[in-house]
Ligand binder design. Structure first.
Ligand code: PMT
Length: 402
């Protein structure tokens, strides 16, 4: 299937000599079925006329935030939502710096800030500008945030120098963009993935329990993404009200003890274990057989520690899977996540920040992750839908599995 068919691409064009290739890139993307809206920076007009882009894309090129007619037809926020991908080609050192630092001083940089779509940049500049530590630091930061950096190529440059900094050719860029948008890519084909999701419930008596706000959305999205990536997925879920994802074997449990048992029975048969569940750390020492009466003004419940499911899986001597933990923290995210990574002997930990009120992560449709790796690496996934975060995470895990 053609991954570009009916995809909406905002093509950002900056002011560099490589902009002469951008009309051809528009044509190549359109040939493959994509809808392309060109957004030019002010300097891009010095190199290519907006009329050229209008002719090849069938849409008037946009270049200003303050265009009443264009805003009335499709406002810039609508345009940011319309995009399935924002590709900046050529991306100059200046625009790369502006998006790295979150500037929104023209239409293109504003769209980059306002979109939830993935962002790709195809750098094009003089080789000394490319190797400048400032540019390299900006590129490293963008990559860490999940921006795809396509190229640059190496070779003769318009300025007469030779080196890295050439924009990739339109056909190569089209191929790379298609790969980015190909959600049928089977990066986990032949692999088996075990996932826990949702909360656990620790019974107090036959009608009461201790639990937390986990909805299961994050874990279910990861299960769906792993299944879509070709994995055989077993999902061990605490009590949730959302529908289980298609194509997964679902085991429903209630308590941490049941989740522990179900996971330990299965873990060694899976290549990957992703522990997304918000497992209760404690359970009642004694669960009452009958409903507790509220005759006393004060009661004391004695809690004892639950087994740590993730740590037990990561300690397996035989058949230990690649272990991915989650950590929801209200503060000091980095330190707590790093501590859990080391203490539980994990390969990767995904930390998410719980802001006051709790809705920023628990039960929300969106999330943002700071991912810490065993080898000291760190990757930031900025705020996006849990579905999109799940797909990126699955790809990161697949890369690490080789
Ligand atoms: O379900 P949603 O509403 O979408 O919300 C998603 C989420 C917030 C629940 C999820 O993104 C998340 O962060 N899950 C981990 C919650 C947490 O803070 O876990 P923890 O710090 O208590 O535990 C760290 C890790 O050990 C987790 O991977 C956890 O699954 C695991 N653990 C913890 C305790 C225990 N007894 N056994 C475990 O396996």
């Amino acid at each position: 299937m053609n991954a570009l068919q009916n995809k909406n691409i905002v093509l950002g064009v900056c002011g560099g000599i490589a902009a002469y290739k951008s009309p051809d890139l528009v044509r190549r993307l359109a040939e493959a079925g994509a809808n392309v809206q060109v957004v030019m920076t002010g300097h891009a007009r010095e190199f290519v006329s907006p009329l050229t882009f209008q002719a090849v894309s069938g849409r008037a090129a946009r270049d200003t935030l303050f265009d009443e007619a264009a805003e009335a037809a499709m406002g810039h926020i609508e345009l940011a939502r319309w995009a399935d991908l924002i590709l900046i080609a050529p991306a100059t050192a200046n625009t790369i710096a502006r998006i790295t630092h979150g500037l929104a001083d023209d239409l293109l940089t504003t769209l980059c800030l306002a979109t939830r779509a993935p962002l790709a940049v195809a750098p094009a500049m003089n080789q000394v500008m490319w190797s400048n530590p400032a540019t390299q630091a900006n590129i490293a930061l963008l990559s860490q945030r999940g921006v795809s950096v396509l190229g640059p190529g190496c070779g003769d440059q318009a300025c007469g120098e030779t080196g890295a900094g050439r924009m990739l050719e339109p056909l190569v860029l089209r191929e790379q963009v298609a790969a980015l948008l190909d959600d049928t890519a089977q990066s986990l084909a032949g692999k088996s993935v075990l996932i826990t999701a949702g909360p656990t419930r620790e019974a107090i008596d036959p009608v009461r329990y201790i639990s937390n706000h986990s909805s299961g959305k994050m874990g279910f999205a990861i299960a769906a993404a792993a299944a879509k990536a070709g994995a055989r997925v077993t999902l061990i879920a605490g009590p949730t009200t959302i529908a289980p994802p298609a194509g997964c074997q679902v085991v429903a449990v209630e308590s941490a003890a049941q989740m522990h048992q179900a996971v330990m029975e299965q873990a060694a048969q899976h290549a990957v274990f992703i522990s997304v569940a918000a497992v209760a750390d404690f359970r009642l020492k004694e669960v009452r057989e009958q409903k507790m009466k509220k005759s006393a003004d004060e009661i004391t419940l004695t809690l004892i520690k639950n087994p740590d499911i993730l740590a037990d899986v990561a300690a397996l001597q035989n058949g230990r899977p690649f272990c991915v933990g989650f950590a929801a923290e209200t503060h000091d995210l980095e330190n707590y996540a790093a501590d859990k990574l080391a203490r539980k002997n994990l390969d990767m930990i995904c930390a998410n920040l719980v802001q006051s009120g709790g809705d920023s992560v628990f039960n929300s449709d969106d999330n943002a992750l700071e991912i810490f790796l065993r080898d000291g690496g760190r990757i930031s996934l900025p705020s996006a839908s849990k579905t999109r975060i799940a797909h990126t995470l699955v790809d990161l895990i697949a890369e690490r599995l080789g």
